[in-house]
Design a protein around this ligand. Sequence first.
Ligand SMILES: Nc1nc2c(ncn2[C@@H]2O[C@H](COP(=O)(O)OP(=O)(O)OP(=O)(O)O)[C@@H](O)[C@H]2O)c(=O)[nH]1
Ligand SMILES: [Mg+2]
Ligand SMILES: [Zn+2]
Length: 320
Amino acid sequence: MFGRIIKTTGNAYTVLPLTDNKPQKALQDALVCYVKGNFRQRGIRSTNPVAIGDIVDVEQLADGTNWITEVHDRQNYIIRRSTNLSKQSHILAANLTRAILVVTLYHPATSLVFIDRFLVTAEAYRIPAVLVFNKSDLLNEQQKEELKAVMFLYRQLGYSCYAVSATNLSEEEKANLTQNLLNNDDIVLLAGNSGVGKSTLLNSLCGENWAKTGSISLSHDKGMHTTTFSEMYQTPTGAWLIDTPGIKGFGVLDMQKTEVGHYFREIFEIGKQCRYSDCTHTGEQGCKVVPAVENHLIAQSRYESYLSILSDINEDRYRR
Ligand SMILES: Nc1nc2c(ncn2[C@@H]2O[C@H](COP(=O)(O)OP(=O)(O)OP(=O)(O)O)[C@@H](O)[C@H]2O)c(=O)[nH]1
Ligand SMILES: [Mg+2]
Ligand SMILES: [Zn+2]
C-alpha cells in the first residue's frame, strides 16, 4: 500500500491511502504507521526522516502493525534549522502546492527577518509563498499604517499579501482566500510563530473547529505552543491545509554565500549588474546592490535579513 502522511505525532504517522496519486478522501481508511528505528532518508540529514505531506510505501504485517518502508522522492519541501547555528534540521512539510506564512506585526510580533528567512527558503525550494497578516483587528491607527507599508513592500516584490482577522473572517474574505489559495487537491502549508493564529485560520477556512487553538501569554505577548504536531485537514473545496506547531527561529540551510542573493528577488535583479558574478554585495568594487540600498531602491530591512543569513553562513565556516 502507499499513501500520504496526513498527521505526524512523535513516532506515529497517519497515512491516507492513495490511488493513482490522488487521495481517496475516505479518512476512515487512514492507517497509523510507524518507522523502524534505523530508518533514514538518503541524502537529507534531519530530525524527522518522514514529514507531513510525504508519499510513503507501507508494509502491513499479519500482526496488524503498519510500517513505513520507503519515502517517495519529494517534489519539494520546506526545511529549516531549529536555531540559526544548530546542525539539526527539520523538514516542516513536503510536496506542497504553496506555503502560507501567517504573520502578526503585533501580539505576538513576527520579525521581518523571520519573514525573509522563510521566503528565501521557499524560493530556494521553488514553493510559491504568500503572506497572511492576521489579527488586523488588534492594530491601532499607527500600526495599521505600518501594516500597509509592510504589505506594500512584499507586494512590490511579487508576494501576495492578505490582511485578515481569523477570529472574524467575513464570508467574502473566506471566499476570496479559498478561491486564490485552496483549489481542489492543493496541499497548502500554514506556518508561522506560535500564537499568530494558524489553527484559528484553519478552522475558519475549513468551517469546523478541528484544530485546537490556544491563548497568548499576557506577560510575554507570545504564543503558548498549542499545536504540538502537524496535521492536514480538508477544506470544503477539497484542498488540504496543514496546521503546524509554531516555530521560533528560521535557520536557512545549505546555501553558499554567493547563492543567498539569488533568493531575494530584488537583490537578484539588481545584483545581475554587479561587476563580479560572485559578488556577495558586502562592499566589493562595482557592486550595485549596496548603492541601491542607500538609494532606497532595496528596503533596508531586506538587506539586513540578507546580511543576517550571510553571517550565519560565515559563523558556520568559522566553527568547522
Ligand atoms: N484578536 C484576535 N485574536 C486572534 C486572531 N486570530 C487568532 N487569535 C487568537 O490568538 C490566539 C492564538 O491562536 P492560535 O490559532 O492557537 O495560534 P497558532 O498560530 O495556532 O499557535 P501555535 O499552535 O501555538 O503555533 C487564540 O487566543 C486566538 O483566539 C485574530 O484575528 N484576532
Ligand atoms: Mg496552532
Ligand atoms: Zn554586488
